[in-house]
Design a protein around this ligand. Structure first.
Ligand SMILES: [Mn+2]
Length: 318
């Protein structure tokens, strides 16, 4: 199994460079931090470098200061580890700087993963990469201390939408029970992540939510967010999580979408499905990817054109 190959590579090398996808979120950050802690416990040297900056929301996580934003130069390393990335492009700019003669370990749970590494450990039906890092702790017989437990917990919590998405399994709950047993407070962690939103951003969020639209059949619900609105939102609040939580609660809606205007020629599109439609497959039509129930893509069109193209194709499926 590829887990064994990963363990072997970890044991036989000394210096690891860890990175994750652009638009960092809970699972990406927490899997990096917990993976680095595991490696350090194994006596290894680690660097965490990402194309993007960590959102303010996650500043409370232990070890977050050890994470750097890519500045064009990579530290000396032996093995590159990509976490939570379905393909190299998801790494962003940093992917152009990975040295060819060095190995890549690809650890991911996206169904659309293209196995771009030299070692590919991909578990598509796992809640999160953090759940996979938990398995790595177990496989290497490394003790999970309270800090590692917190990191793994936050990654699993956020990637399962607080244990409500379809990627939540009995196994996930067993793991989480063990992690909480290390002395974590589920209540306090929830408050830190979900109940500390700044008032001004909540007002913007409520404007975005109240602007939602649906198709005639009421199977698709979406919002559009203009570039200037996006700029007003600092990184303290996860807009996608909040908008999708609202839209998906509408009875009968199969697919929910957020169209984000990057500029007049580019739109970022995120999809969530209730299960009938494989939005990973749908996003791939536009060069994107993701999971069966959560995916995204970038379309080289303005907001209005992108919306029309996507809805036209999607209406045929719902
Ligand atoms: Mn993930």
């Amino acid at each position: 199994m590829n887990l064994e190959k990963v363990v072997k590579a970890l044991k036989s090398n000394k210096v690891f460079l860890i990175s994750a996808h652009t638009n960092l979120e809970g699972d990406a950050i927490c899997s990096e931090l917990s993976f680095a802690r595991l490696l350090q416990k194994m006596g290894k040297k680690t660097f965490i470098v990402n194309t993007d900056k960590i959102p303010e929301l996650y500043n409370f996580l232990p070890g977050v200061k050890s994470v750097s934003k890519f500045n064009g130069i990579l530290p000396e390393y032996q093995v590159f580890c990509a976490l939570d990335c379905a393909d190299r492009e998801r790494l962003g700019k940093i992917s152009d700087f990975i040295e060819r003669d060095k190995g890549i370990i690809n650890i991911d749970h996206h169904k659309s993963n293209v196995n771009f590494g030299d070692i590919n450990w991909v578990m598509p039906y796992t809640s999160s990469v953090c759940e996979m890092i938990y398995y790595l702790f177990k496989k290497t017989h490394t003790r999970i201390d309270k800090t590692s437990a917190l990191l793994l917990y936050v990654g699993i919590l956020t990637d399962t939408g607080s244990f409500k998405y379809s990627n939540t399994s009995p196994e996930t709950h067993k793991i989480v029970a063990e992690l909480l047993g290390k002395g974590l407070s589920a209540f306090r962690i929830y408050q830190q992540i979900y109940e500390a939103n700044p008032l001004d951003e909540m007002k913007i969020l409520s404007d975005i939510i109240s602007s939602f639209e649906t198709d005639k059949k009421k199977k698709i619900a979406w919002v559009e967010i203009k570039a200037d609105t996006l700029q007003k939102l600092c990184s303290r609040i996860d807009i996608a999580d909040n908008v999708f939580d609202f839209l998906r609660s509408i009875k009968g809606v199969e697919v929910t979408i957020i169209f984000k205007e990057i500029n007049s020629r580019e739109t970022k599109v995120n999809f969530r499905s209730r299960g009938k439609i494989d939005v990973s497959k749908f996003a791939r039509i536009f060069g994107g990817g993701g999971h069966h129930n959560a995916s995204g893509c970038n379309i080289s069109k303005g907001l209005k054109d992108a919306r029309q193209i996507v809805l036209k194709r999607l209406k045929r499926l719902v």
